[in-house]
Design a protein around this ligand. Structure first.
Ligand SMILES: [Zn+2]
Ligand SMILES: [Zn+2]
Length: 103
């Protein structure tokens, strides 16, 4: 199940489960849209090198079969690890040197 992390890993902005600003990679590295659009502007995750997508909303209401926040609450485990911009620039350069289908 997707871990709904409580904050942006870079700037520590709160990203509650109903936030439309949360972005995640396939490993659930979680950043806010402002950080992805600015410092992570190549849509490359600094932790794994993959891309980001908007994090889906987990319903707050029990619409069906207990699949909702009441049963599966958001994580409270803060992971605040600001991006090392120098290392990130190197990663982006390395990834950018490969054609998209080989990344
Ligand atoms: Zn952020
Ligand atoms: Zn990642």
């Amino acid at each position: 199940m997707l871990e709904l992390k409580p904050t942006c890993e870079h700037c520590n902005k709160a990203l509650p489960p109903n936030s439309l600003e949360a972005r995640v990679c396939t490993y659930e590295c979680t950043f806010c849209a402002a950080c992805v659009d600015s410092i992570l502007g190549n849509n490359i995750c600094p932790n794994c090198g993959g891309g980001f997508v908007p994090r889906p909303i987990r319903p707050a209401i029990n619409w069906k079969d207990d699949n909702y926040l009441g049963m599966d609450p958001a994580s409270t485990r803060v992971k605040h690890r600001p991006v090392d911009l120098e290392a990130y620039a190197k990663l982006v350069a390395a990834i950018g040197s490969l054609p998209a289908e080989k990344r």
